[in-house]
Design a protein around this ligand. Structure first.
Ligand code: ATP
Ligand code: MG
Length: 414
């Protein structure tokens, strides 16, 4: 799979862009605020139907379009080649009611000219995107890690995406229902209805998260070992809000950390619980929490409260890791994701690395570039050509961006 062509109209600071992309590595250089991240954002938008940094889709439309186009719009389109077949993806955002109307944007997703839902885009152009702020995957709040897990799983499993969507709606409506029971006798039929819905969708999510984190744990360890030349043993641990394994059989955390620091081989990951067991535990837990949940007017247990932890030699990188360690862990996770997606979809994702080199020391840069060279297609951005060695650039397609205009560049024409 690779992205052959990308076309932008009024997207962020790109008024018009038609760009053919080769396989292998493309490097986009530009000073600050020229459009490097915007280009990667556009590709990610096409791949997932969502912007990973804009709060509203309005931000994606070029400011000038709102002033100059009779009907302000933005468009991203791309051609994806897989097994000799081209799939054309296209997303158009249009100002409803034309220029000056205060109404919202209409979003149309097309696959090969046929209108589809945004969810149908997932998996056609799988991507792994690493933005500088993605360090929050390690250092940020639990919601950052849930968002990460969701995006990863949605790209490889559409059913997950449907369950997630349904689950999120159920939580909101169930919370409203719980609040309506405050000070009254709860209606057992209604409660059972919402509990069943929560458990049905939640079980699928928990089950898939267990599986994916178990595999991520293995792959991340290896990527981290490559990036750091074996400095520290990294583990990824799923911390579901629903207690999957009764406390009596759990290894106490402190003891586990100690065991890991001294004897890494002694660690055995927890077993993956089959769906029927998750379902049962979920139901039981909801039953015991009933009164508390009504009092709180909120769903207190389930995937919306899940957490995952990155442990370096048994210690949580979020609290104990240096900035550099956190960045390396986040990068290792993204590189592991490349393999994970490849395993799941049978095709390697497009790797998008936004300005990752500048914050790494020379040794780590070399290791990252080694990995980058092995993926079928990667786009890297940089402010400075010097972070790459001449040999790497000689094998890459080099572009320069200036105020939303891309030009080809050979490394020796500064
Ligand atoms: P840096 O090196 O600082 O990360 P960058 O090249 O990644 O810079 P981008 O984030 O891609 O920069 O943004 C480039 C420019 O796009 C910014 O100056 C920003 O103001 C502009 N921009 C963002 N949204 C829009 C929009 N909707 N319309 C026009 N310009 C926009
Ligand atoms: Mg940027």
């Amino acid at each position: 799979m690779y992205l052959q062509h990308i076309s932008l109209k009024n997207f962020r600071n790109y008024l018009r862009l038609e760009l053919d992309l080769p396989q292998g590595v493309t490097v986009v250089q530009g000073r600050n605020a020229q459009g490097k991240t915007n280009l990667l954002e556009a590709i990610a938008y096409l791949a997932t139907g969502k912007s990973l940094r804009a709060l509203t889709e309005r931000e994606l439309v070029h400011w000038l379009a709102f002033e100059q186009e009779p009907i302000p719009y933005a468009e991203v389109a791309g051609d994806v080649l897989r097994d000799g077949i081209v799939t054309r993806l296209r997303i158009v955002l249009t100002q409803q009611g034309g220029r000056g109307s205060g109404s919202g944007l209409r979003k149309v997703v097309m696959i090969n000219g046929v209108r589809q839902r945004a969810i149908d885009l997932l998996g056609i152009l799988p991507i792994v995107l690493f933005l500088p702020e993605d360090i929050s995957l390690v250092s940020g709040p639990p919601s950052a890690r849930r968002k990460y897990l969701n995006l990863l799983l949605c790209q490889i499993d559409r059913e997950y995406c449907s369950h997630l969507d349904a689950y999120t709606k159920v939580v909101t409506r169930r919370n409203a229902q719980l609040r309506s029971f405050q000070g009254k006798r709860p209606d057992p039929t209604l409660l059972a209805f919402w509990n069943d819905a929560l458990v049905e969708h939640g079980t699928y999510i928990i089950h898939r998260r267990q599986e994916i984190i178990a595999r991520l744990d293995e792959l991340v360890r290896e990527q981290h070992r490559i990036l750091t030349a074996g400095h520290g043993r990294l583990r990824v641990e799923y911390r579901p809000s629903l207690t999957l394994i009764p406390p009596s059989t759990q290894v106490p955390k402190a003891q586990l950390a100690l065991a890991l620091a001294k004897e890494p081989v002694a660690y055995t990951p927890p077993p993956i619980l089959p769906p029927h067991k998750i379902r049962k535990r979920f139901q039981e837990t909801l039953n015991t929490l009933q009164r508390e949940e009504i009092e709180a007017g909120a769903t207190l247990v389930g995937p919306h409260r899940d957490e995952m932890a990155f442990l370096l030699d048994g210690r949580d990188v979020r609290t104990f890791g240096s900035r550099g360690q956190q960045r390396t862990v986040a990068l290792a996770v993204k590189l592991a994701e490349v393999q994970l997606i490849e395993e799941a979809l049978g095709t390697s994702p497009l790797l998008l690395l936004d300005d990752v080199m500048s914050e790494l020391d020379e040794e780590r840069r070399a290791r990252v570039l080694h990995v980058v060279r092995q993926v079928p297609q990667a786009i890297l951005t940089t402010t400075d050509w010097d972070v790459f060695d001449a040999d790497f650039l000689a094998h890459a397609y080099c572009l320069q961006v200036n105020e939303g205009i891309l030009t080809e560049k050979t490394p020796d024409t500064p």
